[in-house]
Design a protein around this ligand. Structure first.
Ligand code: MN
Length: 241
């Protein structure tokens, strides 16, 4: 090997090592976790896995920017918007149920804060299937599990502009699929789809553009490989109780 090539390779090796060490050091840890059952509006929760945990379906760079920049900004702006108001002592459910009265800063940033926590928690590196009870309910409502996936995927693909697709439980305890614009969600009084959310996908371009560019459909298909069905099944059990 030529000396020049050898030195170049060695240099790349060191850079690779430094990059890996840096990524490891920057992974979120020792942050208090936030659960959906008892959602703490004052806590910016840890990501439940490493940035690269969902590769290749969701790439590490996207996860890092999405969590650490986009999500954190929604949390910070929400915190600023409720500071000094009586909303500081409310639950997220109370805030969303009257969000039309709270103003756009609370609606957009509160939604952005909550929806992303919800989204991170319904993703996981290893995906088993839904529980027997949830499978039965999905089949009853949509005809089959595959038909449900198709409906949900179409809802995600056809949401014009930025927003979210949802599987949720309606007030009369039925499963339903729909989408919301911007950072709205089914807990909000302004939302045309209302109920208890079980599963969501972020279809803002920032969620997929680095890896998939304009191909939202490919991102939606890859999403199914990393759905945390244990979490979704748990949410379903609580929602229909
Ligand atoms: Mn997002």
């Amino acid at each position: 090997m030529e000396r020049k090539v050898f030195l170049k390779n060695m240099g790349l090796g060191i850079m690779g090592f430094l990059y890996a060490a840096k990524s490891f050091a920057e992974e979120p840890k020792n942050l208090k976790n936030n659960t959906m059952e008892k959602f703490d509006i004052h806590v910016f929760p840890a990501l439940p896995y490493a940035y690269d945990a969902l590769e290749p379906n969701i790439d590490a760079r996207t996860m890092e920017i999405h969590y650490d920049r986009h999500h954190r900004a929604y949390f910070n702006n929400f915190t600023a918007a409720i500071k000094g108001t009586n909303l500081e002592n409310s639950t997220i459910e109370q805030i969303f149920s009257k969000v039309s009265e709270a103003g756009d800063a609370v609606r957009n940033n509160g939604g952005g804060f909550y929806n992303h926590v919800f989204f991170w928690n319904n993703l996981a590196p290893k995906s088993a299937g839904p529980s027997a009870d949830l499978t039965t309910a999905l089949t009853r409502e949509f005809g089959s599990f595959e038909k449900f996936k198709e409906l949900f995927s179409n809802s995600a693909k056809t949401r014009f502009g930025s927003g979210w697709a949802w599987l949720y439980v309606t007030a009369d305890k039925k499963l339903a699929v729909g989408s919301t614009p911007n950072q709205d969600n089914p807990l909000m009084d302004v939302s045309p789809v209302r109920g208890t959310p079980l599963l969501t996908i972020d279809v803002w371009e920032h969620a997929y553009y680095l890896k998939y560019q304009n191909k939202r459909a490919d991102y939606v298909e890859a999403f199914w490989n990393v759905v945390n069905w244990e979490e979704v099944s748990k949410r379903f059990k609580e929602a229909v109780r």
